[in-house]
Design a protein around this ligand. Structure first.
Ligand code: AKG
Ligand code: FE2
Length: 337
């Protein structure tokens, strides 16, 4: 069990059955207490140190958690979801349409739309379309062709202001020695939105919404609607990330695993296909496109008994590697020493 007062080595615990029983006993919740549920962290909690400790525990035990009590109003969350669903994905596609014009597999296009970015690399096809939006207005073409630009810009601002804050708090919470963060700036903020669309699936038992994978970057912040389907792998069991209206889902990625030298591990997650829908989710993903520094295990975490487990790499190199092997293959293994 993770001990929040311990600064390093959070992943090397040995399962202690008696301690687990005592813990269950202490919850006084009976066997229902055995049902695993994804941690939910309420930012309205007045004790800030408790919030940070909860984030650390959730990150170490699950690699994924939900955040409520952030300051993004529910109506704005709903407006963002409906903009993505109705203004874009539900609109007709094909030659001559906006969707047709944006359909592209060129990762350098600031706004692009496609079915499965890795169709030609991955053996599995997801039941999913995605609209990618680079939200940095400095990037040529960013937002340009989208309808209702104002709302997309608003969406960017919302994510960058609020998700950026969550990313910072989550990193501070997950990072073993918070003060190191200043010197090891991990990510500058979200600069790409991946707006996923999962239409109702006639045969969900023969399909997958999004195949099992871990995210390549440091952290992903995700907004999902009420349909459900996102699951996280926890203790070899797939656990539903039950939708909470307006909550952000925070997901630890591979780069965090590498720089923390396995003190934290990126979580595997997937989306199951459903007969109901469509489902929409909006993931904010930092692309680290302009980053020129090499990332590797942070020196302060290393010793002669804890040698570095990963080679140093540019974020862009790691990202390209992950794209080249397709979702479903954990790229970190290829960077092990
Ligand atoms: O749609 C979802 O809930 C998950 C999306 C996801 O895992 C991703 O964008 O990496
Ligand atoms: Fe993901």
């Amino acid at each position: 069990m993770f001990n929040p007062s311990q600064d390093t080595n959070v992943s090397s615990s040995v399962y202690d059955g008696r301690a687990a029983l005592q813990e269950l006993d202490a919850t006084k919740s009976g066997v229902r207490g055995l049902v695993q549920s994804v941690p939910v962290i309420d930012l309205r909690e007045v004790d800030h140190a408790a919030v940070v400790a909860n984030v650390r525990r959730a990150a170490a035990d699950w690699g994924l958690f939900q955040v409520t009590g952030h300051s993004v109003p529910q109506e704005l969350v709903a407006a963002a979801q409906s903009m993505v669903r109705t203004l874009f994905h539900d609109a007709d596609g094909g030659e001559g349409t906006l969707k047709g014009r944006l359909y592209s597999r060129d990762p350098n296009k600031a706004v692009r739309y496609n079915t499965n970015f890795d169709s030609f690399e991955s053996p599995v096809t997801n039941w999913q379309d995605t609209l990618y939006i680079i939200t940095d207005p400095e990037v040529p073409g960013a937002l340009g062709e989208l309808p209702k630009n104002g709302r997309v810009l608003w969406l960017r601002k919302t994510f960058e202001a609020h998700a950026g804050y969550l990313v910072r708090i989550a990193i501070r919470g997950t990072w073993p020695q918070g003060k190191l963060l200043g010197r090891h700036r991990l990510q500058s903020g979200p600069d790409m939105l991946a707006c996923h669309y999962y239409p109702p699936c006639p045969e969900p038992e023969h399909a997958i919404g999004m195949v099992r994978h871990s995210d390549w970057g440091f952290l992903t912040v995700l907004l999902q609607d009420q349909i459900g389907g996102l699951q996280v792998l926890h203790n070899d069991t797939w656990v539903d990330v039950v939708p909470i209206p307006g909550a952000f889902v925070v997901i630890l990625g591979d780069m965090l695993q590498m720089v923390s030298n396995d003190n934290f591990t990126s979580c595997e997650h997937r989306v199951v296909a459903k007969r109901t829908g469509p489902r929409v989710s909006i993931a904010s993903i930092p692309t680290q496109a302009g980053s020129t520094r090499n990332y590797g295990p942070v020196k302060e975490l290393l010793s002669h008994t804890r040698p570095p487990l990963y080679k140093e790499t540019l974020a862009s190199v790691y990202r390209k590697h992950c794209a080249s092997i397709g979702l479903g293959n954990k790229g970190v293994h290829d960077f092990q020493i």
